[in-house]
Design a protein around this ligand. Structure first.
Ligand code: NDP
Ligand code: OXD
Length: 313
């Protein structure tokens, strides 16, 4: 990269505050800007973005790289002016994968050991003895067997859970039993005691968890959503919890973030909320990949972790 010049726009509504400084260190010959109005638009060669305002990128006529600062890229599709000739990459960050794996393991164990029910009993000063069972008695079904789903599957299997997975395409090189495509979904969801959503949000996955889906899950199944809020039809989720079809939902992602104060999820006794902090991208573990992608973009080479605009992830 030595000798190359231009401007890199870093735009993120929520991320580690050290990013701009880290980028300055990593790209000493480039100008790093955090506001589009501080750039000369013709100089911007790379945009490193997380949830930017729609239309922001179209002014950068010499853009060579759109580097998303996370694993999910769905926010890009909300931009009707997304430049269609510029390659897009997402991040595969080992730090993000490790934090997500911890989160899914933590909440799967909590659901398996019935912590929500025990907390509820405590709030009523009730001694509710629930016999502890081995993890092998609980089937965790992971929807989405990409980078994150596979890591979670391995960790869950490692502590003894019975793990199954579901994805778009057939998988052969994975140690857990897998299902794929719409045809397998009924059997997958009939088996899972805990369903973990690690799917990207696309036109094919939006509203997938609707009343029809929830009618076919095991009685008393639990749900963990770390994918995206719009995978779930919210009213259908509340109805399934109220009808005791589902026993609990752990939700980290929402259609509207921050979750509005008046939203019914906040006070629902069978919902645990975390503020989209199951995981996050870290400069220390992700920066090298951005450096390499800018090098590749400037050289006209294929990017690391390219995004397929047709399938949407
Ligand atoms: P990957 O692209 O590596 O994996 C996506 C998986 O979803 C693949 O297995 C893919 O199938 C599967 N999939 C996609 N569409 C469908 C479909 N229509 N039907 C069935 N399976 C489908 O993504 P990651 O694992 O890196 O991340 C997954 C998602 O997690 C992100 O898109 C993001 O929304 C969310 N996320 C949330 C975070 C948080 O803080 N809560 C942090 C990071 C990510 P196939 O293998 O066949 O391609
Ligand atoms: C991501 C996220 O997609 O943090 O990386 O949600």
């Amino acid at each position: 990269m030595s000798g190359q010049h231009g401007t890199i726009l870093f735009y993120s509504e929520a991320s580690d505050p050290s990013w701009p400084t880290e980028l300055e260190r990593a790209f000493p010959t480039f100008a790093i800007r955090t506001r589009p109005e501080d750039t000369d638009p013709g100089d911007v060669v790379a945009a490193i973005v997380w949830k930017y305002p729609a239309g922001m990128l179209q002014q950068f006529v010499n853009l060579r790289l759109i580097q998303v600062l996370g694993a999910g890229v769905d926010h890009l599709w909300a931009d009707p002016c997304l430049p269609n000739h510029v390659p897009i990459a997402r991040l595969v960050d080992p730090g993000l994968t490790a934090r997500m794996t911890e989160y899914v393991l933590l909440h799967s164990l909590a659901l398996h050991r019935r912590l929500p029910e025990l907390r509820n009993a405590q709030s009523k000063k009730t001694w509710r003895y629930l016999h502890p069972r081995p993890p092998a008695d609980t089937c965790v079904g992971i929807m989405g067997l990409g980078v994150l789903g596979r890591s979670c599957a391995a960790a869950l299997a490692g502590v003894g859970f019975n793990v199954i997975g579901w994805s778009r395409s057939h998988k052969s090189n994975i140690a857990v039993h897998t299902y794929n495509g719409a045809a397998d979904l009924e059997e997958f969801k009939r088996r899972a005691d805990i369903i973990v959503l690690l799917l990207p949000l696309t036109s094919a996955t939006e509203n997938l968890i609707d009343s029809h889906f929830l009618a076919g899950v095991r009685d008393g199944a639990a749900l963990i959503n770390v994918g995206r809020g719009a995978l779930i039809v919210e009213d259908a989720l509340i109805a399934a919890l109220d009808a005791e079809r589902l026993r609990h939902a752990i939700l980290d992602v929402f259609r509207a973030e921050p979750l509005p104060a008046e939203h019914a999820f906040w006070s629902h006794p069978k919902i645990t909320i975390t503020p989209h902090n199951s995981s996050a991208t870290n400069p220390a573990t992700a920066l090298g990949q951005i450096v390499e992608n800018l090098r590749r973009a400037m050289a006209g080479e294929k990017l690391l972790h390219p995004v397929d605009r047709v399938i949407g992830y």
